[in-house]
Ligand binder design. Structure first.
Ligand SMILES: *Cc1c(COP(=O)(O)O)cnc(C)c1O
Length: 371
């Protein structure tokens, strides 16, 4: 399958190059400075390292191009999600979050937002729209959800949330802007962790927030500037370098995931599998409607925690690690973090290894489990 956003990714690679003058460095310079030369009255240029940095601003420029919306970079996905929430809720607000999404968003809401007078409700992703959105000021959705890979209908939810007078924030981490475009589906804000596929090499944490709503953008910018959680220039440089190969990595990872998912689905050791690209997946119809690709995350359920650990640890092409989206295929048993999943539930993040080589290694590890 041709990556539907490939033409945009090509222009993205030349976004900076087309603005260069003779003798300028082709690679993005790293501006490692807290101070800027400021003689006389300030005339609006860079003032101080918590407010301005040319390296993170270029990262934002590329992300804004991909999102097709003004974008702010943050030092992690959670910093971006915090900014999205603190820029939109206030005391007395009612907030809806997924009960089965990334668990730190729940922890943040329960530990801090509730104490500030925000009423927090939770719903599972598959039935996220059940009960409607009347009375909710902010609705925060995540699809496909991490780790369960359940989907919710973003366009229908955006319409219903707006009809009820609320705002919709979408955590798009699992798909990246190349695989799913929540703003085009009606969301007001996208927040995402670029620690995952956009960084891609498991060596940097980063996040971003994109919105076409001026008021929210300004509030999130001030939250970052006043709260002080800014991206480090070196990290921004690494994240930018990762973005330059995102399209080719994401394309390979999604294509390989499709091949592996079909073979895993037919494997006798696999009790259950979730991958939106499988015709048998309960979310396949919706996935075809709202996602450009089916992603690179697969979840499989094996017989037991022991079998799950043996499958992961005996496969030389699977790194046992939490997090996902890196060039190295990785996997983990999510029950070890207390996620509400079966003991033998394994989330696999498909990397950039060649599909056949990876499948041979996985098949050997599954075969070694015995029968
Ligand atoms: C990892 C992740 C986050 C948090 O990102 P960090 O960069 O680790 O702060 C948020 N949402 C989802 C869906 C994630 O997978």
């Amino acid at each position: 399958m041709e990556n539907p956003t490939a033409p945009k990714a090509g222009a993205m690679l030349h976004l900076r190059g087309n603005t260069l003058f003779e003798g300028d460095p082709v690679a993005l310079p790293l501006t490692q400075s807290s101070m800027y030369h400021l003689p006389g009255d300030w005339t609006g240029g860079p003032s101080y390292g918590r407010v301005d940095n040319a390296t993170w601003e270029h990262l934002e420029h590329v992300l804004a191009y991909l999102e097709d919306a003004p974008t702010l970079a943050f030092p992690s996905g959670m910093a971006a999600i915090s900014a999205a929430l603190f820029a939109t809720v206030k005391a007395g607000s009612k907030l809806l979050i997924p009960s089965d999404g990334y668990y730190v968003t729940r922890r943040l809401s329960e530990r801090f937002l509730q104490n500030l007078g925000v009423e927090v409700e939770q719903r599972p992703t598959t039935s996220f729209a059940d009960g409607g959105f009347e009375g909710f000021d902010v609705v925060f959705a995540e699809t496909p959800s991490n780790p369960g890979l359940d989907l919710c209908d973003l366009r229908a939810i955006a319409d219903a949330v707006h009809a009820a007078g609320g705002l919709l924030i979408v955590d798009n981490t699992t798909m990246t802007p190349l695989g799913q475009r929540p703003l085009e589906l009606g969301a007001d804000v996208v927040a995402a962790s670029d620690t995952k596929a956009p960084g891609g090499h498991s060596d940097v944490l980063m996040g971003h927030l994109a919105t076409r709503n001026e008021e929210i953008l300004q509030a999130a910018r001030e939250w970052r500037q006043f709260g002080g959680g800014i991206p480090g220039p070196q990290e921004a440089w690494l994240a930018h370098r990762g973005l330059e190969t995102l399209e080719i990595r994401f394309d390979r990872m999604c294509s390989t995931a499709q091949v592996l998912a079909e073979r895993l689905a037919a494997h006798p050791r696999v009790q259950a599998i979730r991958f939106p690209g499988l015709a048998s997946d309960p979310s396949h119809g919706l996935a075809k409607q709202q996602m450009l690709r089916f992603g690179f995350l697969i979840s499989v359920t094996l017989d037991s925690a022991e079998q799950a650990d043996a499958f992961i640890n005996n496969c030389p092409l699977i790194r046992a690690a939490t997090s996902f989206g890196g060039v190295h295929t990785s996997a983990e048993r999510r029950a070890r973090w207390g996620d509400a999943v079966a003991p033998g539930f394994v989330r696999i993040s498909v990397g950039t290894e060649p599909a056949e080589e990876l499948w041979n290694a996985m098949a050997a590890s599954l075969a070694a489990l015995g029968s």
